[in-house]
Each structure stands twice: as C-alpha cells, then as structure tokens.
Design a protein around this ligand. Structure first.
Ligand code: PGA
Length: 266
C-alpha cells in the first residue's frame, strides 16, 4: 500500500495577496517537482484566486482553510465550497482555531466535510485533543467523537479520499506549542486508522492519508514523517518561511528516496 506523502502549508491569517505571491515565487525556486510528494498551499481566501493563476501545478496544489457548508444563500461574510470548486483541490476543515475561536461544533464540521465532498473538494479534517483532555486521559474518546461525527454523512468510497490531520491542540505553536514526542503521537494516529477500519473496513483505512501537525519544523519533520502510518505533515508557522518549508519538503524527499533505495544508504 503506497500513499503519497502530503505536505500542507497552513498560512492561517498571515500574508496579504502580494506577500503570498512572493512566498510562492520563492518556494517555486527552491522546490523541485517531486513525484513522491504532494505539496499543498493553504493561503487566505483572498489569495486563492490569484495564486491559482500563478502556481506551477506540477509542484503545488491549493487548499482553502475553511468554507461554509451551504452552497449559496443569505450567509453574509461566508464563502461556500461551491464557489471554491474549481479553485482548490483541498480544504482544511475543523482546524482547532475554528473549533476553539469560532466554537465550531462536531455537527457543523460534519456538514462542512460533507459539503466539501459534494463539491469535489478533498477535506483535510483536523482532529486533536486539548491539554486538559489529554491529562484527563480523554484523548481517544475525543478523537473518536471528532472522527466519527465528521465522517458520518460520507460513504466509504468518499472516505477513502479524505485526509485526516492529527493535531494535538497543545502542540500547535499558537496554543501551548509544547513539543510532542513523535513516539507518543504514534498511538493516537494508530487509533485514528483503527477507528476508520472498524467503521468502514481495512480497505478504506488503508487508503486514508493521515498527517501530523503541531509545531513541525525543518529539524523535527523527519521524525514525525517516520511515525508508523503517518503520510505527511500539516505545517503552520514554519510554512511561512521559505527556507524552513523547503527544508521540510527536502527532508520528506530524502526519506522517500532512502525508502526506495535502502541499499544506497548502508
Ligand atoms: P504550527 O501550526 O505548525 O504553527 O503549530 C499547525 C497548525 O495549526 O495547523
């Protein structure tokens, strides 16, 4: 079973259109076309349209950071997945910032996941526990509730396409930003795939791509990428810096090439 490595840059509410375009330009100079890696950029809503005309599509794909679940209507201030359909491949959904700052419920996230799929956009569903929940031993329960509710309106076939990012909230740079030991992350990620297998079968679980996110930088990216069953990383702060982000891509490429040619590295 081979799943393509996925590296997602979540620029959050940083970079205006000009700055975003400049960053893409810089990344494009440093990043080659990698057959074994898919690189996804998630700029602000405003930058999606201009970047869609600028990016080298062999190197980059675009993602929204969020969108609204209704296709159209009197929802002042919102943008729908329908409006994004030809613009992006992916959309982050249920990011902890949405859950924490905007009180997004499990059900709203479920509706957004469904709307993305309905519009041909692949959800990058973010799940993860708070520090309190972790200390209270509730990590599995939280992940279970977040995963099962979010996917509950999809078919098994839809779920094969979904990307799930495990992002313990306490490890995200803008929350506590604590360093999460890759070995400790393994359990939660294994549990997510186990959950999918339980609900939708091993065949589906084998296809779902699982990412790790939370203060990933160029020094530790490889350790997270090496977690068993981990297919990539979701990068926030370090993705705003082209040196750091291209170094993360380079370390993924190195790892993949070592896996392809183990003998060369003996
Ligand atoms: P971080 O952000 O890498 O800055 O911790 C990750 C995220 O919030 O998706």
């Amino acid at each position: 079973m081979s799943r393509k490595t996925l590296i997602v840059a979540n620029w959050k509410m940083h970079l205006n259109v000009h700055e975003a375009s400049l960053l893409v330009h810089r990344l494009s100079e440093r990043i080659k076309v990698h057959r074994s890696i898919e690189i996804v950029l998630a700029p602000s809503m405003l930058s999606l349209q201009p970047l869609s005309q600028e990016i080298d599509r062999r190197k980059f794909r675009l993602s929204a950071q969020d969108a609204y679940f209704q296709d159209e209507g009197p929802y002042t201030g919102e943008v729908s997945f329908t409006m994004l359909r030809d613009l992006v491949h992916y959309s982050i959904i249920g990011h902890s910032a949405r859950r924490v700052y905007f009180n997004e419920s499990l059900e709203l996230i479920r509706d957004k996941v469904q709307a993305a799929v309905r519009n041909g956009i692949v959800p990058i569903l973010c799940v993860g526990e708070t520090k309190e929940e972790r200390l209270a031993g509730e990590t599995k329960q939280i992940i279970h509730d977040q995963v099962t509710t979010a996917l509950s309106n999809l078919t098994a076939e839809d779920i094969e396409q979904v990307v799930i990012a495990y992002e313990p909230i306490w490890a995200i740079s803008t929350f506590e930003g604590e360093v999460a030991k890759p070995d400790d992350m393994k359990k939660a990620m294994k549990y997510i795939r186990f959950q999918i297998a339980e609900l939708y079968g091993q065949h589906v679980a084998d296809k779902v791509r699982l990412l790790y996110g939370g203060s990933v930088n160029e020094h530790d990216a490889r350790a997270y990428l090496e977690i068993e069953g981990c297919d990539g990383v979701l990068v926030g702060a370090a993705s705003l810096n082209y040196h750091q982000f291209s170094a993360i891509v380079a370390s993924a490429e190195r790892m993949n090439s070592e896996r392809r040619n183990p003998s060369r590295n003996d």
